[in-house]
Design a protein around this ligand. Sequence first.
Ligand SMILES: *[C@@H]1O[C@H](CO)[C@@H](O)[C@H](O)[C@H]1NC(C)=O
Ligand SMILES: *[C@@H]1O[C@H](CO)[C@@H](O)[C@H](O)[C@H]1NC(C)=O
Ligand SMILES: *[C@@H]1O[C@H](CO)[C@@H](O)[C@H](O)[C@H]1NC(C)=O
Length: 234
Amino acid sequence: MRSLALAIFPFLTFTAASEWLDLEPRSSGHFNCMGRLDAKKIANNFRDLINLEFNTTLARVSMTPNFHDYSDGVNELVNAGCPGPNTLGEATFSSREEFIMGQSTQPPIPFQILNLWHTCTSVHLRWRSSAPGPIHPELPVTGLVAIDTVPNPDGSNCEQPWLMETVYSEFNSGAWLTDLGNFTASCTKAGTPKKPNVMMKAKEACDEVETESNVQSNVQSNSTLSTVAYARAT
Ligand SMILES: *[C@@H]1O[C@H](CO)[C@@H](O)[C@H](O)[C@H]1NC(C)=O
Ligand SMILES: *[C@@H]1O[C@H](CO)[C@@H](O)[C@H](O)[C@H]1NC(C)=O
Ligand SMILES: *[C@@H]1O[C@H](CO)[C@@H](O)[C@H](O)[C@H]1NC(C)=O
């Protein structure tokens, strides 16, 4: 046993040493796996770009020039429920400068981080905005963001060791459009939806079919039964 241990030990030492070498700083000068504080820094940078007076310097020091942001939630807000100008499924911003141009015109929006997770190179957060628009009573908006990062090429930058490269962000744009006043829901006094139009139209269509089918007595009696059943169910 002793000789076996001795035989294995040098091998283990060698393996550990080579693994350690892999964990040594890359050319960027940083370790290639972020820690909890690095993840928090990324999450807070993302939040600050949304909920503070827009800071162009912060955007430039925290994102890569090739930054991309994919968000149909944002595309839908830009489109205000119309088919354009943004194409759903495509990048909302295709560079850091595009992001700066778009985001810098937005007023600060309340943004609270609810959960934070991370891998070696990505940060994931769940967030809530209590009132992202001027309409009251407001609907809170909750969303999820996945942020892919790269080590800062400036290896001596201890303030921003990781840079945001790609953001995938989705959220409740229905509530947000309501908060902006771009969508007005049809509600009862109790605050619940009035009977959805699509259902009422479906019922009218069924009633027409029933009238047409009066020619055949069997069908009529079956339709009459189903109309009664429908009326009871609604
Ligand atoms: C903007 O961001 C930079 C970089 O993080 C920071 O040094 C500066 O204090 C910020 N400016 C304001 C007004 O917060
Ligand atoms: C959406 O709401 C914003 C903010 O209230 C308003 O400026 C804009 O004109 C609205 N857009 C549409 C298409 O209704
Ligand atoms: C009427 O309903 C009965 C029972 O559901 C069914 O057996 C019959 O085929 C229906 N008749 C027609 C004309 O659809």
